[in-house]
Design a binder for this molecule. Sequence first.
Ligand code: ATP
Ligand code: MG
Length: 550
Amino acid sequence: MSDNNTNPEMRSNFIHDIIDEELASGKRTTVATRFPPEPNGYLHIGHAKSICLNFGTALKYGGTCNLRYDDTNPVKEDTEYVDAIEEDVKWLGFQWDKRLWASDYFDQMYEAALELIRKGKAFVCNLSPEEIKEYRGTLTEPGKNSPYRDRSVEENLKLFQDMKDGKYKDGEAVLRAKIDMASPNINMRDPVIYRVSHTPHHNTGDKWCIYPMYDFAHPIEDAIEGITHSICTLEFEDHRPLYDWVLREVGFWPNPPRQIEFARLNITDMLMSKRYLKRMVDEGYVDGWDDPRMPTIAGIRRRGYTPEAIRNFCEEIGVAKANSTVDAAQLEAAVRDDLQNKVPARNVVTDPIKVIITNYPEGRKEMVTVENNRNVPEMGERQVPFGRELWIDGDDFMEVPVKKYFRLFPGNEVRFKGAYFIKCNEVVKNDDGTIKELHCTYDPETAGGGVNANRKVKGTIHFVEADSAVKIRIREYGHMMKTDEDGNMEFNEDSVRETWGYAEPSVAEAQPGERFQFFRKGYYIADSKLTTDDEKVFNSIVSLKSSWKK
Ligand code: ATP
Ligand code: MG
């Protein structure tokens, strides 16, 4: 069922406790779940949690998980969204058993509605939408019966046929379940189960002008597919009595599915709604659904997050029964944890300062050896060029050092990683007072980063040889949204900063989607859209240090 799912078995949670009980008591013998997105946008990290839970549960119990498009709202087909959803589920490491469309069940849903009418459990209502709302009552007051509630079965069958035949305009008639207008649960106050809509449907065209409502359609979809556990988010808890009512009254299924609710994922500074994310795209705040700032799966993929990190994160936050908000730093920590043992380092400097090694012969160059990943010796070593002219990072030099500054400053000696001990003798300035270059000397006895040196240095810095340096573009990302004191989110105008830097020559070969640690800076990925053979554009994935405390 899974391509590359390297997750350990899912940790248990309250849903698995329910399943364990049912399997032990013999109430059920199989587990079948589904992931049911509405194809009206790209999936986001909240959906990733639902995907990990539904597919992970099926994997754990040797069951099945369907991908079912919840397309009961008539809209034009957007194959872009459908394709994106499938790419995202696969990228997360899961493979569905069946790919299904809720609209394929319209005939059965219609039959189920007829069954309810015949049993006297549904009626056609001609109250206007406003009147229906008015009659519904409030949390503290019961509702009022619709004047159309006592229509005969024959009349209801005929009027429902009229609805189906297009004799009503949108909003002129609905089919309602006949339950209880005095129920303390507003969802049970004669809910609308079918409405008229003359919008063509991408799958069924204009075959139907009546469409089932979610609360009526969803249990039927689940039952038809033999879903055992219909996992959904907490907002649907109050709808569960209606879910069960539909299955009981329609009664086609001996062992009906069970709805179980869990807390939806919220993350600080993250918009978690396709509708709002679509606005960010449509109104041009970001550069598409896969903008690296977007919390969409397409966005975080382009940003450089890994599917393993997302799965580990979903596992770590667990499955709760109460809503809460997770700190974005915890997601970032999961990404860092995953990358730190996978990704090779490269030397890259920004705000570069030129260094001239005045005692190093002109025209000479040599290769020095550095490790690819400090944590993983098996990742081996690579060679980087060293010569008379080098670039160092702007952060690695201070003309007037602050206390405890161990990097380069006038009169100080540091290790150039993998190369030599190097001492700064002179700061050469431009006319405007800015630094032109640093004149330094190297100690030939300290080759290999001073392995055989007779003295110690406190600082180690990296460098890029000037002649072979590759200029790269770097995009540093912050959170797309920021949250003010009142908890309102707004677009963070400072969410991307473009800079540039010099990189060691191997970076010229970076392929779109390739990840590196820029030594001592952070993790970066060659942007999959902007990187070409001639120009390398990198996205910051995550910094090296965490602000997240476990
Ligand atoms: P949106 O408001 O973003 O459109 P939705 O819940 O309407 O979200 P659907 O396409 O209907 O999106 O969702 C498919 C599945 O993903 C549902 O089972 C839903 O409960 C789940 N899901 C959506 N958002 C989250 C979230 N933040 N955390 C956990 N599960 C989620
Ligand atoms: Mg939705």
